[in-house]
Design a protein around this ligand. Structure first.
Ligand SMILES: N[C@@H](CCC(=O)N[C@@H](CS)C(=O)NCC(=O)O)C(=O)O
Length: 216
């Protein structure tokens, strides 16, 4: 198969790309990376020494594409389907990219900081950093709540790359800071995202690994 996705079903950034692939029924070979397995880890680091997934390998076009947003732009360009991910209008495309960045950098990243701190060895936690991440996440959630007051998707009525980013970021953020009561518009948006078949499928496929998610 031409496309190979190196990923883990539980990873937020990998789910973002899975949503994009499932939106357009894009065929790909799933290459599950297990960081606990030295051979799997070594194979992945050979491809992308930075060691962060997802990474897409397009053997047909001889391209290796890291970074979730870049992967989705690549899919939109070379494997287009019914969901476009980026509007044709340049201004709207820029606004879509901005929202994609927002969900990655200001929702997913602080959420990741809070969750991964739970995996640190005893005595090596970063309470100050976690506190900062909590504040940053709450600020971002407040902005999402305001922004989503009158919209179905992040860019209005059309599902885009920004929604691919929002879905896992908000779903995990909700497990870190339950915002159902405090941020009703953001919560309703998350509900819509969770019912979207592409994200519902990614969530279902992550279920067998849910015990790996560190509890607080
Ligand atoms: N900016 C990257 C972030 C990717 C990322 O942080 N991936 C996490 C999983 S959600 C990862 O690979 N973590 C493993 C590690 O850092 O060792 C993207 O958008 O793809």
């Amino acid at each position: 198969m031409a496309l190979k996705l190196y990923f883990h079903p539980l990873s937020s950034f990998c789910q973002k790309v899975l949503v994009a692939l499932y939106e357009n029924d894009t065929p790909f070979e799933a290459k599950l990376v297990d960081f606990a397995d030295s051979a799997s880890r070594a194979e992945f680091l050979e491809i992308w020494p930075i060691g962060k997934f997802p990474v897409l390998v397009d053997e047909g076009r001889d391209h290796m594409i890291p970074e979730s947003s870049i992967i989705i732009e690549y899919l939109a360009q070379h494997y287009p389907g019914k969901t476009k991910f980026l509007p044709a209008d340049a201004d709207l495309a820029r606004q879509t990219r901005m929202r994609d960045r927002f969900f990655d950098l200001y929702v997913a990243v602080p959420m990741q900081k809070i969750v991964t701190d739970r995996l640190r060895p005893a005595g090596q936690n970063d309470a100050f950093g976690v506190d900062q991440a909590n504040t940053a996440l709450l600020t971002a959630l407040g902005m999402v709540d305001e922004d989503m007051e009158n919209k179905t998707w992040a860019m209005g009525e059309t599902f885009t790359m920004a929604d691919c980013a929002a879905a896992p970021a908000l779903a995990y953020a909700n497990r870190v800071i339950a915002f159902g009561k405090s941020h009703k518009n953001a919560a309703a948006y998350l509900e819509r995202l969770s019912k979207r078949p592409s994200f519902a499928r990614a969530l279902k496929e992550a279920e067998p690994y849910s015990a790996m998610f560190p509890k607080s």
